[in-house]
Write a protein that binds this ligand. Structure first.
Ligand code: C2E
Ligand code: MG
Ligand code: MG
Ligand code: MG
Length: 293
């Protein structure tokens, strides 16, 4: 791949690099049609209240069902969509679909707060507030039923603009979450000055696992959770993969959790089916116990 050593830095255009670039080019040229052809899909990952065990919400995660290549993960096409500005219309579509879904769930008696991921490019575009409020209004959703998630890193690109737009959104009742907290390099004082509602603690801090194995995983998670609570934020542990991690998140005071141990991201019908079954049986919105591996 790229070689950058010694005083003379140069790029070697290997076949592997060529493939990567061609891939990006192909993805870029196909993205526009993908939206028109209805190739995007949404998966929903349940958010669980760790005290009651109830499912109180779900995060919308974008999928691209490519006719030849199958499911393409967001990490591969979102950066490309960001580079050519397509992320804004794609997210506009996603906001419409997800707020409509939440309204449909509410009609079925399922009370689920939804969360949608927002790119830094959208924050910089100046249309975020209109796009969010427009979707909520068009689909008759309570504004408090929607959380927008922005990663710590994308907020850090332009904190002033973030503060400004978050304030407007929150004035309308929309909730704001810092996503992947602990994966970037935000200072604690930077977090303290942000008008946000939810702190989503990055999977790496929750698992205390590689890429950087943490020396004292429980102490670190406890400190981050205490910081969030002290700032009046709801703390959510991301990516819980084991019973031990769920227990640890609860023990250190995280109010909510998401992760494969609780549920993988699911198609909308699958999620509402599960929750309606459990509500009929128990009167509550619970997930079935995870099946043994
Ligand atoms: P994220 O917002 O932090 O979403 C969580 C990611 O972690 C999701 O991956 C989810 O499937 C995965 N995950 C959940 N539980 C576990 C677990 O227990 N273990 C592991 N290993 N992973 C878990 P996904 O769906 O591939 O999304 C990856 C990232 O792509 C998201 O991270 C988000 O930053 C971005 N993304 C996804 N959908 C959108 C979107 O609609 N718009 C934008 N701008 N970004 C999106
Ligand atoms: Mg997220
Ligand atoms: Mg995250
Ligand atoms: Mg992420």
């Amino acid at each position: 791949a790229a070689k950058a050593s010694g005083p003379h830095r140069y790029l070697v255009f290997t076949p592997a690099l060529r493939t990567v670039l061609e891939d990006r080019w192909q993805i870029a040229s196909r993205l526009r049609e993908a939206a028109a052809n209805g190739e995007f899909a949404v998966r929903w990952q349940p958010v669980v209240d760790l005290r009651s065990g109830e499912v109180t919400g779900a995060e919308a995660l974008l999928r691209w069902n490519h006719p030849q290549r199958g499911l393409i993960p967001p990490e591969e096409f979102i950066p490309v969509a960001e580079e050519n500005g397509l992320i804004v219309p794609i997210t506009r579509w996603l906001l419409q679909v997800t707020t409509a879904q939440a309204t449909a769930w509410a009609r079925e008696g399922l009370d689920l707060a939804i969360a949608v991921n927002i790119s830094a490019v959208h924050l910089a575009s100046g249309t975020l507030v209109d796009d969010v409020l427009g979707a909520v209004g068009d689909n008759g959703l309570r504004t408090t039923g929607l959380t927008v998630e922005l990663t710590e890193t994308s907020i850090a690109r332009d904190p002033e603009q973030a503060v400004e737009q978050f304030s407007v959104l929150r004035k309308h009742g929309i909730r704001v979450a810092i996503d992947d907290f602990g994966s970037g390099y935000s200072s604690l004082s930077a977090v303290a000055s942000l008008p946000v509602d939810v702190l989503k603690v990055d999977r790496a801090l929750v698992a205390g696992a590689p890429p950087k194995r943490l020396a004292a995983p429980e102490a670190i998670l406890r400190a981050v959770s205490a910081l969030g609570s002290a700032l009046g934020l709801q703390v959510l542990a991301e990516g819980v993969e084991t019973v031990e991690q769920v227990d640890r998140a609860r023990r250190v005071g995280c109010a909510f959790a998401q992760g494969y141990q609780l549920s993988r991201p699911l198609a909308a019908e699958h999620l509402s089916g599960l929750l309606e079954d459990s509500r009929r049986r128990t009167g509550r919105q619970l997930l079935p116990p995870p099946s043994a591996p």
